[in-house]
Design a protein around this ligand. Structure first.
Ligand code: ZN
Ligand code: ZN
Length: 349
């Protein structure tokens, strides 16, 4: 099979030939037809994550071996089924839940694979959808997306469940209680759509780009701020206090802005892995009864929920741009350059 692989970190992806995959036991081999391109793919390409304070977590330390195919937002066709795999047939098209755990622990037993400490994630630890084929250990990770476009359904496997899971951590709220989204890029826009799917109204964004602020308002945000000192004062003086801030960027500036605008009882949800650091005053956090919480992708059940929300019509489709898989390198560069509006999805016909 053809694989668009990282053969050396930061070097252009190369199209390499690897042996075809075969299914045993409960495994299913899927031929990937659609694969979204996510910021996490850039981390994998660059070799790891800035952890704040000058520390770096390398993907090699997380178990990644090169050559490796990025890509975790996948839709594909079932091409081979192990003897114990039930509920799927050859030719079925399915969205793949990629955040697969060990399959044996209590977290995996409840579908919280993303919380498993022994990850077998596709496109993070194991080869993902930039490969022609991926092997899924059990059919429960393959979800029916009928009624939803294939490229859009693929994006729900990361972008969709990441925003859903973050918003679930701040709900329930009255619809007039402000939720502030930091970063009006791809995830920010997905979050606006998701909050609207929850029936929420007081959606506000912070972004340094005037263009992105305007796009967020057009997408349904009621207020958009540049994040500067004046904006922070204005956010702290709103007649109904900010209930939650969700940081989709995660650098020093954004995470500290998040803390600065968090009123008493507010929740700061950290989603973007931008390498930032926050110094927490224990006393101030107690006096203000604040919550700071990390949110890591989403569970298998979250993916079922997001697909149901999309089917119900409550979750409006977000913008996807289809590109041939042969443009994998260009897609990565464009994402890194910040020139992409919407989510790029590589298509392998
Ligand atoms: Zn992702
Ligand atoms: Zn597990």
């Amino acid at each position: 099979m053809k694989v668009w692989a990282i053969t050396a970190h930061k070097a252009p992806l190369e199209c390499v030939e690897l042996p075809d995959l075969h299914a045993t036991g409960s495994e299913v081999v899927v031929e990937v037809t659609h694969c979204g391109v996510c910021h996490s793919d850039l981390h994998m390409w660059h070799g790891g994550y800035q952890m704040g304070g000058g520390k770096f977590l390398s993907v090699a330390d997380r178990g990644l071996k090169l050559p490796a195919a990025p890509g975790h937002e996948m839709v594909g066709r079932v091409v081979e089924i192990g003897p114990d795999a039930e509920g799927v047939a050859i030719g079925d098209s399915r969205v793949v839940y990629p955040w697969i755990g060990c399959g044996a622990c209590d977290r995996c037993a409840t579908g919280d694979d993303n919380m498993c400490t022994r990850q077998r994630s596709l496109g993070a630890v194991l080869n993902g959808g930039f490969a022609r084929q991926v092997k899924v250990p059990h059919p429960r990770y393959l979800l029916d997306y009928s009624g939803i476009g294939a490229a859009l359904a693929a994006t729900y496997a990361c972008s969709g469940i990441t925003t859903y899971s973050a918003i679930r951590k701040v709900m329930p709220l009255r619809k007039d209680q402000p939720v502030v989204l930091i970063g009006a890029g791809g995830l920010g826009h997905a979050a606006i759509a998701m909050l609207k799917a929850f029936g929420h109204e007081a959606i506000m964004v912070i972004d340094t780009s005037a263009e992105k602020r305007a796009a967020a308002i057009a997408a349904g945000a009621v207020r958009a701020f540049d994040g500067g000192a004046a904006a922070q004062s204005e956010l702290l003086a709103l007649p109904v206090s900010v209930a939650a801030v969700i940081d989709f960027v995660g650098n020093n500036a954004t995470a500290n802005t998040g803390m600065a605008i968090l009123p008493k009882g507010g929740k700061l949800i950290l989603v973007g892995i931008g390498g930032g650091e926050i110094v927490l005053s224990v006393s101030a956090t107690i006096f203000k009864a604040q919550t700071v919480q990390g949110s890591l992708t989403g569970s298998l059940n979250d993916l079922h929920d997001v697909l149901a929300l999309a089917r119900s019509g409550k979750l409006k489709p977000s913008l996807v741009i289809e590109r041939p898989k042969t443009e994998a390198n260009a897609a990565m560069h464009d994402l890194e350059a910040g020139i992409v509006t919407g989510r790029q999805v590589l298509v392998d016909s």
